[in-house]
Ligand binder design. Structure first.
Ligand SMILES: N[C@@H](CCC(=O)N[C@@H](CS)C(=O)NCC(=O)O)C(=O)O
Length: 219
């Protein structure tokens, strides 16, 4: 049985979207981010990323965690690459070279995009987007992100998708990472192909199903 520890308002959304795509049965064990609580170690605090019981599973104390028949994984993108390969089908690599490309795009997204896209999102979550400091930070982040986003835009000039000419786990992983930047509405304006590609990803019934559950989840 597949168990995901986490919640829809976290990087677990990547695995939860993928599980909707794959139609694999799974259990979601709700674990909240510790920073949602004044005292995450209080005896009555809900299970969270600082709870000793959870820390036994996750040495970093972070979500998501996957348990799958004795396999324990604690990195969201590794979880997704594993789930896609386990299920097989069109979202999975069809051969070794596709696997290598999917791994490359996952590392690309994590190392070139995620930190700065998340930083953009946090400016909005702190409601600082209209302050002079917030505006300057947004401009600096967008300028830094131009390098990977231009590379993605160029890739989409000659490919419909990240790998294999079809929607795969590589698209899903990247789309979920780019989504943080979308909290800044003009984020993708300079990149029309990227904009159309992400719109298609986010129109998928499995994404919509994940999103509906996210919206129904109490934060
Ligand atoms: N590189 C990890 C990052 C995981 C991570 O930072 N998760 C956040 C939630 S999105 C978390 O658990 N934060 C709570 C905490 O650090 O206590 C992954 O992609 O799985």
């Amino acid at each position: 049985m597949i168990t995901i520890y986490g919640n829809y308002h976290s990087r677990a959304s990547r695995a939860l979207w993928l599980l909707e795509e794959l139609g694999l049965p799974f259990k979601l064990r709700f674990v909240a981010q510790a920073n949602r609580f004044k005292d995450p170690l209080a005896p009555d605090a809900p299970l969270n990323t600082h709870s000793p019981e959870f820390r036994k599973l996750s040495p970093m104390g972070a979500i998501p965690v996957l348990e799958d028949d004795g396999l324990l994984l604690t990195e969201s993108l590794a979880i997704n690459l594993h789930l896609a390969r386990k299920a097989g089908g069109p979202l999975a690599p069809a051969h070794e070279n596709e696997l290598a490309q999917m791994e490359q795009w996952a590392l690309f997204a994590a190392t070139w995009v995620e930190t700065d896209a998340l930083a953009l999102s946090f400016i909005y979550r702190r409601k600082e987007q209209d302050t002079p400091e917030g505006k300057a930070e947004i401009a600096a982040l967008c300028s830094k992100l131009a390098r990977p986003l231009l590379a993605l835009e160029a890739h989409l000039g000659s490919h419909s998708n990240m790998v294999g000419g079809r929607f795969t786990v590589a698209d899903l992983n990247l789309a979920e990472i780019l989504r943080y930047g979308q909290d800044h509405p003009p984020f993708l304006d300079p990149y029309p192909r990227l904009q159309s590609w992400i719109a298609l990803c986010q129109k998928r019934p499995a994404f919509r199903a994940m999103w509906a559950k996210r919206e129904a989840e109490k934060v």
